[in-house]
Design a protein around this ligand. Structure first.
Ligand code: SF4
Length: 495
């Protein structure tokens, strides 16, 4: 659909929210790759002497979108600030995956009302996945007049034009395209830090897990050309970045839509990454269904490919996986898990698990517990199921009482704590490679970083180590982090 800008008055007439029915009918048309990002002449210096602040909720895709929006604002002369009161533009980059994240966002928008009254020139914008939901846009229009601008995940490249309308128009600007999505290649980015970087390799998701809103908010699966990705990662290596994470909602589907490149998948791309002089490459998020043998084989080659796999399972029960629409069974997940484990014996594994999905029985929950025990995950994001409006699961009867869901979550988390402690205990007295990312948040005299297996390591050392790969001997393996001593004499070996 063509994009339109709406005022409060005519919104209901024109706004076309992503509809479940339309989104499911993914069209076969080729994805357009667009290189025509521009800033209108009269907006090039509009941000001079002005400041922006972007608040980001949700996943790494959102974090990276924030880097792009920051890049666009900086091209218009804006400078970043951490202080709400100093900001001339505040953007709230939202996440729609869970209800409580949405509630937090509404709470925050509500709190900005006072600031807007004190500073009427302030522009408040809401973007990200929540902005793709009709109910959210309606609620903002009805209850939050302090918001000047709402734009969707497909409209980020239009930020200069939208900001112009918000600055010089009188009404709330709403631009949300309900579309399958293009790829915009020439957007500026203002990356956070100079050590680790995110690189989008694909956008959207076609999996349609029954509980998930992402396929409706982010459009269809579409892959960036490998040459564009390789060039971007090479450039990051040249600039001295030490770690790159390849990003997508379902990275294992990478390349499926690149019809001219026969059978080119994530395995091929990771093989290319191995040839680039960057010490660490990661990827997220995986979907077990599309995780193929070629990728497993390439991961087994090691090199700069890190030994950490995030492999969301969601449930250990094949019956529940079926109603979640995940496209694999417990047995298939375990086969894949063990296959990766054989290829990359030192790999750490993390996962996502939803507890209390509609119809989940005690026995089915126990199947999840037994799968977790078998895989001995190093960590897991565990959640109580909550329905998202517009998804098929929201129409299912949520027949697991909340107290049962909570009790199951507690049991699962207790097991995860035990497994995390066991897994970390194996590091006691080991010397590990740590990428030093900065000072520890809790103690500024302590440095903090991650191992290749994604374990947090804290140790004392000079600040000059920030950004370096160093050797650390683990002296105290805690449940969720490792304390250690910097092995100064081996540092030079791994630069
Ligand atoms: S794979 Fe499933 S859970 Fe993940 S983004 Fe796609 S639909 Fe959502």
């Amino acid at each position: 659909m063509a994009g339109q800008t709406f005022s409060k008055v005519d919104f209901s007439k024109y706004f076309q929210p992503p509809s479940l029915k339309d989104a499911r009918r993914r069209r076969r048309e080729a994805v357009q790759i667009i290189n025509d990002f521009t800033i209108p002449d009269d907006m090039e210096t509009v941000g001079r002497e002005k400041r922006y602040l972007i608040e980001t909720y949700g996943c790494q895709m959102n974090e990276h979108d924030t880097e792009v929006m920051a890049g666009i604002l900086e091209k218009m002369g804006y400078q970043e600030t951490d202080e709400l009161k100093d900001a001339d533009v505040i953007l709230i980059n939202t996440c729609a995956i869970r209800e409580n994240a949405e509630n937090k966002v509404f709470g925050h928008i509500g709190a900005l009302k006072t600031l807007k009254l004190e500073k009427p020139g302030l522009i408040i914008g809401v973007c990200g996945c929540m902005a793709q939901e009709e109910v959210v846009v309606n609620k903002i229009l009805a209850k939050y007049p302090q918001v000047d601008l709402i734009f969707g995940t497909h409209n980020i490249h239009r930020l200069p034009q939208l900001l112009k309308e918000a600055l010089f128009g009188k009404e709330m600007v709403v631009e949300v395209w309900s579309k399958e999505g293009d790829i915009i290649e020439n957007l500026p980015q203002s990356r956070r830090g100079h050590i680790q970087a995110w690189v989008n390799i694909m956008y959207g998701c076609d999996k349609f897990c029954t509980y998930c809103i992402v396929p409706y908010t982010r459009g269809k699966e579409r892959s960036r050309r490998p040459e564009e990705i390789i060039q971007e990662v090479r450039e990051l290596a040249r600039k001295g970045y030490k770690e790159v994470t390849l990003l997508g909602q379902n990275v294992n589907a990478y390349g499926k839509d690149l019809k001219d490149l026969k059978n080119y998948g994530l395995g091929n791309l990771m093989d290319e990454m191995r040839k680039i002089g960057i010490p660490r490459i990661r990827f997220t998020t995986s979907h077990p269904k599309d995780f193929d043998d070629h990728l497993v084989e390439v991961l087994g080659k090691g090199g700069n490919l890190c030994e950490h796999i995030h492999l969301p399972v969601q449930s250990g029960s094949s019956a529940i996986l079926k109603i979640m629409g995940r496209g694999y069974t417990r047995e298939r997940y375990l086969d894949l898990f063990h296959k990766i484990k054989r290829a990359v014996p030192n790999a750490s594994f993390t996962t996502d698990i939803i507890v209390g999905f509609p119809n989940e029985t005690e026995e089915q929950f126990e199947e999840t517990m037994s799968l977790v025990r078998e895989c001995q995950f190093d960590g897991a994001f565990t959640f109580i199921y909550s329905p998202r409006a517009g998804t098929p699961a929201a129409r299912m009867k949520d027949n697991v009482p909340m107290d049962v869901k909570k009790e199951r979550l507690q049991r699962l988390n207790k097991l995860m704590d035990e497994l995390a402690a066991q897994s970390n205990a194996k590091y006691q007295d080991q010397v590990v490679e740590v990428l030093v990312e900065g000072e520890s948040r809790k103690n500024h005299d302590v440095l903090s970083g991650h191992t290749r297996t994604n374990k947090v390591v804290n140790f004392r050392g000079p600040k000059s180590l920030i950004g370096q790969l160093v050797k650390v001997k683990i002296t105290d393996a805690k449940m969720w982090s490792l304390d250690g001593e910097w092995q100064a004499e081996t540092e030079a070996m791994h630069q």
